[in-house]
Write a protein that binds this ligand. Structure first.
Ligand code: UDP
Ligand code: MG
Length: 161
């Protein structure tokens, strides 16, 4: 049994993860998906989409004043993006750890960006940076019926209950 009742709610934590067009074109989908899957997180939604420029601008709205905003949105809308929702205890924060620092020059080896990318403008993956952002991004990219609720076979083994 879980000792901390709040942990039960935390288990339902979800984050939005997207493989950007560079990651898709470089054939890194299975490599990246497997890192989340092997960790024990549960895949709740997945789809391949080419977002419009307007959609990309919505996704990166918080960065609209930054000098790289336009190029970033052009790039995100330049080809297929693999949009996903992953669920698990602490997945928002730890997902960012798996991804690594924004600039791959600073990402640790062992992280996705550290192992697989070189420059900040082609850092192959996006991950929500907090609870509110995760909710907003999941709502932006997915309809509620696209999120699949199911029991994960290894939950007992992962969470010890
Ligand atoms: N970015 C960039 N130049 C910068 C900073 C960020 O091109 O100097 C891009 C980079 O692709 C990054 C994205 O903008 O992933 C969003 O920036 P953010 O600061 O949110 O980084 P992230 O959350 O992706 O680590
Ligand atoms: Mg960010």
């Amino acid at each position: 049994m879980l000792q901390d009742p709040s942990a039960e709610a935390a288990e339902l934590e979800r984050t939005f993860i997207a493989i950007k067009p560079d990651g898709v074109q470089r054939g890194l989908i299975s490599e990246i998906v497997s890192r989340f899957e092997r960790k024990g997180y549960k895949l709740v939604a997945i789809k391949l989409v080419v977002p419009s420029k307007e959609f990309a601008e919505q996704h990166y709205y918080d960065l609209k004043e930054r000098p790289f905003f336009n190029g970033l949105c052009e790039f995100l809308s330049s080809g297929p993006v693999l949009a996903m929702v992953w669920e698990g205890q602490g997945v928002i924060k730890y997902g960012r750890k798996l991804i690594g620092a924004t600039d791959p020059q600073n990402s640790e080896p062992g992280t996705i960006r550290g192992d697989l990318a070189i420059i900040v403008g082609r850092n192959i993956i996006h991950g929500s940076d907090g609870l509110e952002t995760a909710k907003n991004e999941i709502n932006l990219w997915f309809k509620p019926e696209e999120l699949v609720n199911y029991a994960h076979n290894s939950e007992n083994w992962l969470y010890g209950k």
